[in-house]
Design a protein around this ligand. Structure first.
Ligand code: HAM
Length: 421
């Protein structure tokens, strides 16, 4: 029979990697907690309409990349391609507008996009993200960047750069779109098919086009940042000032427009040169119109999501120190079948006391048991036989120091509890 392999674009995260994942998850949750963010867990799939309305009908994500299916009740469902739309839905459904403002939420999710597989680009991937509701001024924008900066520093991640831009509000964007269309009009037939449809529906998306044929026109196009209304300009200046005040370094990049439709004003990305062709580790921005768009009262919002696979690849490239998988502290070998039962009982007692302990499950010889313990790389071994059971004394062998010590079961328990902390 032929073997079944994992679907294209998915990957197994094996035990050798999970320690690093758990560490990153812990540090993220811890840093978020210090900034007042509380964890939210949202469903893996939602009604398709949520993403059509939230993320935007003209985006690549909605048009080409969603895993959409009909459920047995005939409803159209979609595996979440990102977290923001689901968090906004939850914000509204759970009446979070009445919670103390700002409402700060963080999440750790899987997301699904039908994309072409590349290094750092998967069809199922993981995102850490934050969303903050209720604060319109640029202070929260800079605070969010400082959260990311602290998170990266605590993980030991260097060499990432912060790029920022503003894509204005509906008023200045409408004026800009006109200007952009006028500029692009003479070149329209040279743009790719997708950009030709974007021209009428959502011209700003053209700025994000990576097609080589479109690049020259995109590079010469007028920038939205040079066409902001006075309010949006003041907001952007405020964001820059707040970043300066916090000592956070950044580059203004007029080309960042982001790939999702809900953004207004502040947009930002953290990029690195290492993650294959997919250098963006993290992206985010403000979405002051999204809550109202989804049926709530007008409520400003801002957030980001970072790709965990890309983050971990980057940490590995930079040789950041990550914890090793936690191993077994003590192996209890048994000599003879009577002793095996006692070994199993004591192993369970040690586990109850919080010690990472293993004993034989395969009725192996003593030699084979100790060979196995050697492969596990345990710190201590104990052999339990008739004598040990009779005298109540065991020899605890320290595999690192190459020495052994005779003691009672209770004394060994004490030592192992301390050694496992
Ligand atoms: P996004 O830029 O689409 O934004 O995704 C955020 C991050 O997720 C990217 O920077 C990248 O690291 C990672 N990512 C995206 N697609 C893939 C993929 N196919 N494989 C691996 N990693 C990927 C959002 O999702 C917004 N929801 C961010 C946000 C939150 N904006 C406001 N709040």
């Amino acid at each position: 029979m032929s073997k079944i392999s994992a679907p294209k674009g998915t990957r197994d995260i094996l035990p050798s990697e999970t320690a690093a994942w758990q560490y990153a998850e812990r540090v993220f949750a811890d840093v978020c907690g210090r900034f007042g963010y509380q964890e939210i867990r949202i469903p893996t799939f939602e009604q398709t309409e949520l993403f059509q309305r939230g993320v935007g009908d003209t985006t690549d994500v909605v048009q080409k990349e969603m895993y959409t299916f009909e459920d047995k009740g005939g409803r159209s469902m979609t595996l979440r391609p990102e977290g923001t739309a689901g968090v906004v839905r939850s914000y509204l459904e759970n009446g979070m507008a009445s919670w103390p403002s700002p409402v700060r939420l963080f999440y750790n999710i899987t997301a699904f996009r039908y994309e072409k597989m590349q290094k750092g680009r998967y069809r199922e991937f993981h995102q850490f993200g934050c969303e903050a509701f209720g604060s319109a001024g640029p202070v929260v924008d800079a605070e969010m960047v400082s959260l990311l900066d602290l998170f990266f520093r605590e993980l030991g991640l260097k060499e990432t750069s912060l790029r920022i831009n503003s894509i204005g509000c509906p008023t200045c964007r409408a004026e800009y779109n006109q200007k952009l269309k006028e500029y692009l009009k003479p070149h329209l037939d040279k743009l790719c098919d997708t950009c030709q449809t974007r021209y009428d529906k959502n011209p700003l998306r053209i700025i994000d086009c990576k097609e080589p044929g479109c690049r020259p026109y995109v590079q010469e196009a007028p920038a939205l940042l040079d066409n902001l209304c006075p309010d949006c300009q003041a907001h952007f200046n405020g964001f820059c000032n707040n970043l300066d005040e916090l000592g956070l370094k950044y580059t203004i990049d007029k080309g960042i427009v982001r790939g999702l439709d809900y953004y207004t004003r502040t947009v930002f990305e953290f990029v690195s040169e290492h993650v294959g062709t997919q250098g963006t580790i993290c992206g985010g921005g403000r979405y002051d119109g999204l809550v109202a768009e989804m049926g709530g009262q007008p409520t400003p919002g801002i957030g980001f999501a970072l790709g965990v696979e890309r983050l971990l690849m980057e940490l590995q490239q930079q040789q950041a120190t990550m914890p090793d998988p936690a191993g077994i502290t003590v192996y209890i070998a048994a000599l003879g079948s009577g002793a095996a039962a006692e070994a199993r009982r004591w192993t369970l007692r040690l586990r109850t006391l919080g010690v990472r302990a293993e004993t034989d499950l395969l009725q192996r010889s003593l030699k084979a048991q100790l060979k196995y313990a050697g492969k596990l790389g345990v710190r201590y071994t104990v052999v339990i036989g008739e004598d040990e059971i009779k005298t109540g004394k065991i020899k605890l062998k320290d595999m690192r120091q190459h020495c052994e010590q005779e003691m009672s079961f209770e004394q060994a328990e004490q030592l192992l509890i301390e050694g496992d902390e």
